[in-house]
Design a protein around this ligand. Sequence first.
Ligand SMILES: CC(C)(COP(=O)(O)OP(=O)(O)OC[C@H]1O[C@@H](n2cnc3c(N)ncnc32)[C@H](O)[C@@H]1OP(=O)(O)O)[C@@H](O)C(=O)NCCC(=O)NCCS
Length: 170
Amino acid sequence: MDCIVRPERPTDHDPVREINILAFETESEADLVDGLRREADPVISLVAEMDGQVVGHVLFTPVAIGDTPAGPAAMGLAPLAVHPEFQDHGIGGELVRIGLEACETAGTEVVVTLGHPDYYRRFGFAPAIEEGISYIGREYDSFFLVRELVPGTLAKFQGEVHYHRLFEEL
Ligand SMILES: CC(C)(COP(=O)(O)OP(=O)(O)OC[C@H]1O[C@@H](n2cnc3c(N)ncnc32)[C@H](O)[C@@H]1OP(=O)(O)O)[C@@H](O)C(=O)NCCC(=O)NCCS
């Protein structure tokens, strides 16, 4: 299967919404993506396309870490969704890998995400708490992960992570 990952276009908004609803079995993440497109800046939004069909989506938006205000230097990966009929074919992995490259090109130094450590470890993510980065107290310690894109920059980002306020409505 040939899959390309490319920046989202306005004509992708409807299929991206559909994929998020199908993958998460709720409209919450789809609503979040629609809101973040309007309100977050910058936004890195990529789709995976196969045979002209959009089959996956990933979004990166700025996060504040400790005293560092939200900006492109630190981005949060969320949400990540692959159409259920196309899961387990490496599409999510391609979205993450190419998404991290796009972040690096945009000047991002670190990326955080909340997700399964076994899945994200393969992309170089490690427990954020071990690097002095936490998420809403300690409850998510095992699942809150960080990946340094620019070597040596992680030490600048210490403290609690805050995503865009729309994440609080999830
Ligand atoms: C998670 C998701 C994006 C992965 O995309 P995908 O294209 O199916 O994944 P890939 O084909 O790149 O990778 C498949 C591997 O990931 C593993 N994997 C998939 N979902 C996983 C999860 N939630 N936790 C741990 N591992 C997971 C599979 O077991 C498989 O492992 P293997 O390579 O050792 O066999 C997709 O399953 C999805 O959309 N799920 C519903 C929404 C969701 O949970 N999003 C992630 C929020 S963090």
